[in-house]
Ligand binder design. Structure first.
Ligand code: AMP
Length: 177
């Protein structure tokens, strides 16, 4: 799903950092966007408008930059916020999902009691790259008894074809590279 809005204000507030955290990666740094009141509110508003109020019970944010965008989206929806964290960070009983990164493995966790049965969930993160993180998030939300209504990203690195991992799910991305 692609929505129509003025992307220029967002695009000029993304900083490309070459070779971070490893050689060959161009890191999309959203801290200038977060620090710019107009850009930050535009990004949050665009996600809120693209899904509309009344459809979402919980917004899931993926650690760590996903939290920053997901929390104000949840507030606007009048929805709850649920953190999806790296292994070992959540204090209560968890469900976990491991997935392959380009080098090595990552494990994400969610509290087992995060949702009421059938909760309708929007998953939010800063960047969709290969899609492994987003797909693991979908699996966890479903394992925990909720329904994934869709996903939202500030940035999609389309050359990495993460969308293929999200076959069958609706998603929005505000900026495509
Ligand atoms: P992936 O699982 O490959 O889709 O990677 C997505 C996760 O890694 C997101 O949580 C992003 O925050 C982070 N990420 C991956 N690639 C980049 C990048 N080039 N710039 C910034 N963050 C990235």
């Amino acid at each position: 799903m692609r929505i129509e809005f003025d992307t220029a204000i967002l695009r000029r507030s993304i900083r490309d950092v070459p070779d971070f955290p490893t050689p060959g990666v161009i890191f999309k740094d959203i801290t200038p966007l977060l620090a710019d009141p107009a850009a930050f509110s535009s990004a949050v508003d665009a996600i809120v408008v693209s899904w509309g109020r009344g459809h979402i019970d919980k917004v899931v944010g993926i650690e760590a930059r996903g939290f920053i965008v997901a929390a104000p989206v949840a507030y606007h929806f009048g929805a709850g916020f649920v953190p999806l964290r790296k292994a070992g960070k959540l204090p209560w009983e968890t469900m976990s999902e491991s997935y392959a990164l380009e080098y090595g493995q990552e494990t994400l966790e969610i509290h087992a009691d995060a949702f009421a049965p059938g909760d309708r969930v929007l998953i939010v993160d800063d960047v969709l790259a290969t899609g492994g993180t987003a797909k693991a998030a979908c699996n966890l939300v479903e394992q925990a008894g909720a329904t994934v209504v869709g996903l939202a990203f500030v940035i999609e690195l389309s050359f990495l074809e993460g969308a293929r991992r999200l076959d069958g799910y609706d998603y929005v991305s505000l900026l495509e590279y």
